[in-house]
Design a binder for this molecule. Structure first.
Ligand code: HEM
Length: 130
């Protein structure tokens, strides 16, 4: 969800002129809030391309601002399916991985960003019973 956020950017359009982080943003401007870029920024993550579950210890997490990680958006229009998706993902992973080992042996993933980010080609996996 950090390295491959399905929703890889959000858009907002201010209704009034605003000042954000020292920048003057005029009414009607197209604002892009790209999870893809922010989730991989060395400003917030050491060795940003590496998968490292220890990044999420409470101690390391507390060193990052709230919106260094926002796969489900935030504020009044945040995703209403957040809790459901996270629970569903854990249940599927736990049920499948308890019985099978999955390996991806193919080339680096080539990705296609349309409404959501997804693989550009089939992703064949080698499946072994545990
Ligand atoms: C991994 C799965 C999902 C991701 C990454 C995701 C991500 C997002 C994000 C980033 C937004 C905010 C869009 C914005 O602010 O412009 C959003 C909104 C929304 N999501 Fe999800 N979503 C997921 C699954 C779901 C599911 C399972 C449901 C329904 C059961 C759902 C329903 C919605 C709805 C209705 C909104 C609009 C909320 C509003 O505008 O008030 N999402 N989602």
């Amino acid at each position: 969800m950090r390295l491959y956020p399905p929703v890889y950017t959000l858009f907002r359009e201010p209704k009034l002129d605003v000042k954000l982080g020292g920048y003057r943003i005029p009414e009607g401007a197209a604002l892009m809030l790209p999870q893809w870029v922010i989730h991989r920024s060395p400003r917030w993550y050491d060795d940003p391309e590496a998968f490292d579950p220890d990044r999420w210890t409470p101690e390391r997490r507390s060193r990052r601002p709230r919106f260094a990680y926002f796969p489900f958006g935030g504020g009044p229009r945040h995703c209403i399916g957040k809790a459901f998706s996270l629970l569903e993902a854990k249940l599927i992973l736990a049920s499948v991985c308890a019985e099978y080992e999955l390996d991806y042996e193919g080339p680096d993933l080539s990705l296609r960003g349309s409404l959501t980010m997804h693989p550009n080609h089939p992703v064949p996996m080698r499946v072994r019973e545990r």
